[in-house]
Every structure is written in C-alpha cells, then in structure tokens.
Design a protein around this ligand. Structure first.
Ligand SMILES: [Zn+2]
Ligand SMILES: [Zn+2]
Length: 323
C-alpha cells in the first residue's frame, strides 16, 4: 500500500471514530497547516529503505558553477534499511568522501560497513582512499563483489594497488580498519536482506553487475555502467520487474550515442525509460551523468524524461528517495 493511501485510510478511520457533531471542526483542524505539517512528517517515516545519492557523475568528477545543482562527484549511493537501521554503500566514487565524513559526524555505530561494487573502473573506486571510516581501527569494512564468486581473483589487490606508494601516501594495510573481501554468488541473503545480482554488458559481458535488493516487501534495483548493444536486454527487464525503484544509467542522449558514443559502455536516458516501462517499475532515477552535461542540459533532459515516465528524476547529489 502506498504512503498516500495509508494516510487517506487513517484520515477516514479517524473521521468515522468521532461523532457527526464534532466532525466539522475536526475536519477543519485536520486540514489546518499545522496538522498537515504533522501528517507530512508522519508520512516521511513510512519507508523501508532510504536511498541517498553522494555521487551521480559518470567517468570522472567535474566541478564548476554549471554543475552545482546535480553535483560533480562520481558514483556513490547510501542505502539505509530502516528496520535494522543498517547502511550499505554502493560504489566508492569520489562521492564517498562526504559520506565517510557524515558517518563519523553522525556517530554511525555499525560493526561492519559493506561497500558493494558494481565494477572497479576508476570512477567507482577513486574515492575509497578518502573514506574516513576506513582509517578507524575499530571499524570493519566489507568489500563486496556480488555475482562474481570465483571470477575476481585478487579483490584485495584491486584496492591496494591503487594505494601503493607511487600513487598514494598511505597504503591500504596502514589505513587502520579491518578489511574483509567477499565474492558472492548471484543470489544471497546478506544481513537479512535478499540480494540478487546480474552481469551487465560494459565493454564486455560481465564488465559490471546490477543489483536487486528485496527487503521488507520493497524492491530496489540498481543498473549502472551498462550498454545495450543489441537493443534493451530482456534479462535486465526481467531483473527489474515490478521494482519499487529503478536506478539506471542514462549517460547519453540517443543522438549522442548514435553519433559518438557507441561502444563506450553506457546507455541512453531513453533506454533507461524503456526499461522502466517494460519492467513496470514504480519510480525511475537516472544517474551516471556525462561530465559534459551541465545543470541546464540535465534539467532539460529531466523534463523530457518526465513527459514519458512521470515518476522519474535525474539523480542529484544529496537527493534522498524513500522506498
Ligand atoms: Zn562509471
Ligand atoms: Zn565503468
């Protein structure tokens, strides 16, 4: 049941419970500004999973006034499961730096913080050396490669090599936190949540992986860094079927893709919409914005996107979505 329906039912039940004489004044109060504010706050607590974006840019970080609205950091998403009050992180692009600072400031006390990686291109790992909780000796950090059991031969090396002394002043083993490395199968129960993964075509089949989280009756799907070389992949549509939220790569426009970017490993926002429609998802967020797309350009694309799929948004840094 959606939040609005729950609130409407609550209002109807309250109205039925009171006598007819009191109903008029009660209904007036019900729609007073203060009461509506309370209802709004109340409605915001109805969620099972909260998603917050810390990096929405693809390929490399950008900065400048023309990128302030959507943000310039590369991919990083926080997923908070309300029932267990646990966070997980998807990808460690440059956006993870801010997330790490927030985790410290908010005093998040979680024995192990898992970071799930869609793949290991620079724009998805480059923020890792700047993730403050990784410098806390009392913190465990889980590095997760979902769907790649037996396929990643040196998961630790992927991270330690980018931090060897030629590239970075502090080596991974000197950071302080305890690191655990996990390569999982394509269906797992991780800390009580059902997580599935799917290989995507990103320069090659299995060049990146998409994820689906089913938890407490809601479903969230993330498919970034993928290309549809022969049209929409029906396996991805099936994977995203009926999801409450689909977060999908939409780096290019169709025109850009056709003229310049075939084979770059990404898809178009129009393809993301097509997947959302075919999969019957409830909400679509488009991410992995091209570094050459400024705020005005993305605003324009978002409007076009919403004309076809009204419940859609282009991801912005700091944006929170409740599922
Ligand atoms: Zn990327
Ligand atoms: Zn990539």
């Amino acid at each position: 049941m959606c939040k609005a329906t729950k609130i409407n039912l609550l209002i109807v039940r309250l109205q039925i419970c009171i006598s007819p004489g009191l109903q008029f004044s009660f209904v007036n109060k019900l729609f007073s500004i203060d009461f509506l504010k309370i209802l709004l706050i109340f409605s915001k607590t109805f969620y099972k999973v909260k998603v917050k974006f810390y990096g929405v840019r693809g390929s490399l970080p950008v900065c400048g006034r023309e990128f302030e609205k959507y943000g310039g950091n590369t991919t990083c998403i926080k997923i908070l499961r309300e029932k267990v009050n646990r966070i997980a992180i998807l990808d460690a692009g440059t956006g993870i730096r801010k997330l790490g600072k927030e985790i410290i400031e908010e005093g998040v006390n979680q024995h192990i913080i898992n970071i799930v990686f869609s793949h290991f291109h620079w724009d998805h790992i480059q923020g890792f050396p700047f993730f403050l909780p990784a410098y806390n000796p009392n913190q465990k950090i889980g590095i997760l490669a979902l769907g790649r059991r037996g396929k990643v031969h040196d998961l630790k090396g992927i991270f330690s090599q980018q931090m060897q002394e030629e590239y970075f002043p502090i080596q991974m083993e000197k950071m302080g936190a305890q690191f655990d490395f996990f390569s999982y199968g394509d269906q797992e129960v991780i800390q009580g949540a059902f997580v599935k993964s799917i290989p995507q075509f990103h320069k090659r089949f299995g060049g990146s992986y998409g994820f689906r989280l089913d938890d407490e009756g809601v479903s969230l799907v993330v498919c970034t860094d993928l290309e549809y070389v022969n049209g929409i992949d029906p396996a991805i549509v099936e994977f995203a079927k009926d999801a409450d939220l689909l977060i999908h790569d939409g780096q290019f426009t169709t025109e850009e893709y056709q003229n310049k970017f075939k084979g770059y490993g990404h898809c178009t926002w129009e393809q993301a919409v097509e997947v959302a429609l075919q999969a019957n998802v409830k909400k679509l967020i488009i991410t992995h914005h091209d570094p050459d797309h400024n705020d005005d350009f993305l605003d324009d694309l978002e409007k076009k996107c919403q004309k076809i799929f009204p419940n859609s948004l282009f991801a912005k840094e700091g944006m929170e979505i409740l599922v």
